[in-house]
Design a protein around this ligand. Sequence first.
Ligand code: ZN
Length: 501
Amino acid sequence: MNESSDISTSSNSERNDLLILNADLIDGTGASTRKNRSILIENGLITAIDKSSPVNGIRKIDAKGSTVMPGLIDAHVHLQSVPGSVYRDDSEKDLEKYRYEQLRAYLACGVTTVLDNAISSEMLKKFNNFLADGGTGPHIYALGPTFYPRNGYLDNGMLTPYWGPSLKPSENDEDVKSLFNEYENFDNIVGVKAMVEPGFQATIWPLHSPEMRETIVRESNKRNKPIYIHAYKKKIQKIGLKMGVKNFAHSGFLKGSPSNKFINEVLKQGTYLTTTLASTIEQMLIQFDQERLDDPLLKLTVSEEIINTAKDMNAWKDMYEKFIKNSTPKWVPSLVLKQILKYVNFEKQLKANLTNASKAIYKMYKAGIPIVLGTDTSNWPLFISFFHGISTIREIELLHDLGMLPIDIISSSTRIPAEMMGIESEVGTVETGKRADLVILKEDPLKNLSALRDVSWTTGKFDPMDMVAVNANETAKIVEMGAYSFEDVDTAIVNAIGSPV
Ligand SMILES: [Zn+2]
């Protein structure tokens, strides 16, 4: 997949062919920026990368002064969850509208691929059909089924009706097999999810028995579906290592630190670590820093009603009440719950957790564990500040804050997740033969990572007949118009980058 020496193959004017000229290129392989490249896209694939600027009759974009990089991958999302829908009492119709807007928000933030970490088969089918029918959104991959025991984590009222079609617990071998059957006809399933969560504070939820875990491992191996595990605590992550999991879906370590022995075992197994700092911890802090809700990128990509929920202090109060109630043992008297809410300093607690988890990620990153960007957006509809799209950008900033190098952060949000998901022959780097999932940025993110907040142009879908490009500044307008015709997209490109040559 090296650069070809000459771009002169095409002289057609197919609407889906495109030549990007004069771009600074970060290809995602870990190499530094290369100046003044042309990228030829034919039928949605990158067919040449070169220095020359040739051929007539093809649509061209002059990207002089801009940087092209692979589209971002968020390897931990929950597309069916709409932030704050519990408080707004969203109707089914509203939920559907928001869910499709969420897909557009990812593109507007430069995310061209997402991995949904727990989705009902019914909802996955809906999303797949939406995209197949020409809807706008990133490429969707998913984990399925999701395994959790009866009365365990997720089986206790956390999956409110606002979540949409629900998941099912698994109690025996038959359940495991029937869940696999439910997901067998999808071609975008890259693994399964195992929930191993005894409780965030006290131990309150049962785990699958060792025998059931063996069944899950055996049936997953049979179908060649690697296991991604929800595990926060080191003790539980060790269970994951015993199961031979492909991925820790959360970095964990809200307290404590990974030992060298633990790190060596993770390295030996080649387990990938997904970060999930933004939509499990850090963006809860928006409550204490409401100015963040005035972020122009947020306003462009997220509906006003959803942002307004995060401005509502009663919604925050209600959220804590519900969360604490859900994650403490049932026998704890409500008076005690009230005391917890009154006296716990959540801001301090969240900051301590963030600092600790960040240090743990840094230690594992320095040790060479493959780090993968994932946000966990927007896990439950109970949470109100885990916004789709912009959370991925926030995660990138948090990885920078904890000390990762920009070039490594880009690999962690492009090439490495593609490898983990087994889709590296299609996406993850800008190389000939790969899908043209690209982002054009006004500045070089290796010099300044916040360049990712200013996406000029994203290519989300490159089906031959259905190329879609979205510019963040134009997204709101296009959403309003309810139209995503190619002409709209052309306008967006012109406004963002200048006239086609
Ligand atoms: Zn999750």
